[in-house]
Design a protein around this ligand. Structure first.
Ligand code: ZN
Length: 398
């Protein structure tokens, strides 16, 4: 019975933390009302969260003439590290428990050599840990543009030329971090979770706009992963059966050959144009193209209009299949949203541009790392300086 009681306590601690994250700051009475727990249950649980440095006092509120101490998540208390892998570069993002981004870093890297990429990912991890020396860190999650096998910690990605690369083991060996704190997932899945975190609708599709085209699909509030964890590989829907362009997957006619970033850039400009310069970040290249489109450059506008049409064709399949409330378009679609997002119409489905740009996967990865603590706050140790008794909130009368 003791174990069962402890289990319930962990569940209730997690419930309070999630309630504060979604609705805080709140008084003890408001927290009880919104979580469905009694005030008597809430007090010692709040003390336990405070002892772990996860919550802090945030002034007072007056409800029906009675003053109440407000509590909120402590900003910067726990950090998650998200790493994202792209052909030619890597990224690192740190978020805290509230979802606020503390740091974003980018590093050029020949990612086609897995050992090389893992060395650089380990460097980025070490630097990120040094950047938040005073925070507990929840873990590290790696976003990969391909198939992520979470059970074995391996990734396969055509665009990176990765075949079952042991990402989790490789990072653990290089950093000395415990396997329990390391994870990986598909980039589009993680980006969909980041979008869902800021707008938790029940049915959402995120479509990235990058060299690899993939969707993260949320159905009934949860990620749809599919039987083999490969759901959402929509870039390989054959939408252009007569198309002549080979896809990274080896077939022809995939949606990715029509709307992937490589196809788009080649439609926009000849080979030696600066928009193909790998030294330029994707965002900078999009700024150049936006300027050309605004000036009325015929080739750029033609590429935009053809891409918008090809995008619409695939979106109609996704909208018909999944009937989402919302489709969020990321990456270059969002960067050029006036031409690629604004014209899209699919019944009652809202089609919007992501505000997370090319780094949505990295932010989603950092949030996924933080989720370990939101699911079980007891993974964070009690602080040595914490009060010995659970009385720190007893004075709050509301
Ligand atoms: Zn393909």
């Amino acid at each position: 019975m003791q174990a069962q009681t402890e289990g319930r306590r962990e569940v209730n601690l997690a419930l309070l933390l999630r309630t504060l994250r979604a609705r805080g700051p709140l008084s003890r009475a408001q927290l009880a009302a919104r979580s469905g727990l009694s005030k008597a249950t809430v007090s010692p649980l709040l003390a336990a969260l405070e002892h772990r440095g996860l919550v802090e006092r945030a002034g007072t509120t007056t409800t029906q003439g009675r003053p109440g101490q407000l509590v909120r998540l402590r900003p910067g208390a726990v950090c998650g590290i998200g790493l994202d892998v792209h052909p030619g570069h890597l990224g690192a993002t740190i978020t805290d428990l509230t979802g606020a981004v503390h740091l974003r870093r980018r590093a050029d890297c020949d990612t086609s050599v897995p050992e090389h990429a893992l060395d650089r990912l380990a460097d980025l991890t070490r630097r990120a840990l040094e950047d938040v020396p005073d925070a507990d860190w929840a873990g590290v999650t790696v976003a990969v543009p391909g198939r992520a096998d979470r059970a074995t910690g391996t990734a396969t990605a055509d665009r990176l030329r990765w075949r079952e690369v042991a990402v989790v083991d490789g990072l653990a060996a290089r950093t000395g971090l415990p396997l329990s704190r390391l994870d990986l997932d598909n980039e589009a899945n993680l980006a969909a979770c980041a979008e869902h975190d800021s707008d938790p609708v029940d049915h959402l599709v995120y479509l990235n706009g990058d060299r690899t085209v993939a969707a993260g699909v949320i159905v009934n509030g949860a990620l749809a992963r599919g039987a083999d964890n490969h759901a959402g590989e929509v870039g390989h829907m054959v939408l252009d059966p007569l198309g002549s362009t080979s896809c990274a997957c080896g077939r022809r006619g995939c949606w990715e050959t029509q709307i992937g970033l490589d196809a788009f850039l080649h439609a926009c400009a000849p080979r030696h144009d600066q928009v193909h310069d790998p030294e330029l970040a994707p965002g900078e290249r999009m700024t150049i193209l936006r300027t050309r489109a605004e000036r009325g450059d015929a080739r750029t506008l033609d590429a935009l209009h053809r891409t918008a049409d090809a995008l619409a064709a695939g979106l109609s399949v996704l909208a018909a299949l999944l009937n989402p409330q919302k489709i969020v378009l990321g990456g270059y679609f969002a960067a050029l949203q006036d031409w690629l997002v604004a014209p899209q119409r699919h019944g009652r489905t809202a089609i919007t541009a992501s505000t997370l740009g090319f780094t949505a996967g990295g932010k989603g990865a950092a949030l996924a790392a933080v989720r370990r603590v939101l699911d079980d706050p007891t993974v964070v140790p009690v602080k040595a300086s914490a009060p010995k008794t659970g009385g720190s909130h007893e004075g709050a009368s509301a």
